[in-house]
Ligand binder design. Structure first.
Ligand code: GUN
Length: 381
């Protein structure tokens, strides 16, 4: 039975065809004995040599899609030239654009709330130590708050702060009525027990969604967390806003971190996907990813997911932000995802770029969670 899905973009309402049943069958039958990198279109074709009868679906793709429906030994030569003249290109999921739309929506709501009841949502951020990356994230979060009219509070504590000192700051923010959301930037220095710190955030202000009660509720059927972790929430929001059907699909999450992988898998399951989690101890992870209609990768390994790991027509959400050496870049490096983008874009039906995909969504979701918290605390609809 064909299980085709469609993708619509909120802004264009264009339809993307998933290359569903026929290609999933083809994908399962493919020998995948070639190397994972597709250097040219001819090679791309060569990879499918046992499934050569082509159908070209012309949708909103810039170029026709190549779909295989059944096997013979060689493609007719006219199809070979057609394949060489065309190249499938996935829809690029524009996280930057969606995040801007969400920030604008939050800004409008914040100003409505201020006007109606005189309350300004407040977010407190606690940063312990001097990790450069964490300092950058915190700076970006503060700036994003200012831009939408959320008041930000911060506590910057030295690397050698004690757990008690960190928890004292959390308690202060728990009791401050001007603060509606509390975020402790992770990772914490290794001498501090992360669990004790996260447990100290009151769940009504846990806008990161990392409190075990919120995570526990996320995992349980029939229970509702007060907040959902921002990055995985952003991944699901992208799928929703691009009209990707999740219900009944096979999804693979690569990585099982508390911040992204684990909650992403729980969220997909709540959306009625059938979910596999692939992690560092998984044998032959590509066998799982090749079955997936939706891949969320959050593993932090540059270009780990090759084209040969991807089922044709899959939707790919790449959470990884990994620096790789690049002598052509003024900084000497550039950022890439977990997924080999150049290969994946020829096989997937939609993909998030790095940068500009999931990254901007994390902060947008944090702002949205902070607004939700302020509304809930003040019973403002
Ligand atoms: N470190 C990396 N990602 C996150 C996040 O989403 N929240 C917090 N608090 N720390 C992080």
């Amino acid at each position: 039975m064909a299980a085709s899905s469609s993708i619509t973009t909120s802004s264009t309402t264009s339809k993307l065809l998933f290359t569903s049943s026929s290609t999933s069958t083809a994908a399962r039958l493919l020998p995948f004995t070639t190397t994972s990198s597709f250097k040219c279109r001819a090679f791309h074709f060569h990879r499918h040599r046992f499934n050569p009868l082509l159908h070209v679906h012309v949708g909103p793709f810039k170029n026709p899609r190549i779909v295989f429906t059944h096997s013979t030994n060689r493609p007719p030569s006219s199809f070979v030239s057609a394949a060489l003249a065309t190249e499938a290109s996935a829809k690029v999921i524009d996280g930057k654009k969606v995040a801007k739309e969400i920030r604008d929506e939050v800004a409008a709501e914040v100003s409505k709330m201020k006007e109606a009841i005189g309350v300004v949502p407040g977010l407190a951020v606690i940063l312990v130590g001097d990790r450069k990356d964490s300092a950058t994230y915190v700076r970006n979060k503060k700036k994003a708050c200012e831009d939408v009219g959320i008041k930000s509070f911060d506590a910057r504590l030295p690397e050698d702060s004690t757990e008690e000192e960190v928890i004292k700051h959390i308690s202060g923010f728990n009791n401050d009525p001007a603060v509606h959301g509390i975020l402790v930037q992770l990772p914490l220095p290794s001498h501090i027990n992360e669990q004790n710190v996260l447990n100290a955030v009151c769940i009504e202000k846990d806008v990161d969604g990392f409190h075990p009660l919120n995570i526990g509720r996320l995992a349980m059927r029939g229970r509702e967390p007060l907040f959902v972790p921002c990055t995985p929430k952003g991944c699901i929001e992208l799928l929703h806003r691009y009209g990707v059907v999740i219900k009944g699909k096979r999804a693979v999450v690569i990585g099982r971190s508390n911040i992204v992988g684990m909650p992403a898998a729980l969220l997909l399951q709540r959306e009625d996907a059938t979910v596999s989690v692939v992690h560092s101890r998984t044998k032959n992870p590509e066998e799982f990813t090749r079955e997936a209609d939706i891949i969320i990768s959050a593993v932090g390994q540059a270009n780990m997911v090759k084209g040969s790991w991807i089922k044709p027509g899959a939707v790919i959400i790449d959470v990884g932000i990994n620096p790789v050496e690049d002598s052509k870049s003024p900084r000497g490096y550039r950022l890439v995802g977990d997924v080999c983008y150049d290969e994946a874009i020829k096989i997937a039906s939609a993909i998030t770029p790095v940068p500009g995909g999931v990254g901007p969504m994390t902060i947008a979701m944090l702002l949205s969670n902070t607004l939700t918290s302020a509304k809930r605390i003040h019973n403002f609809k």
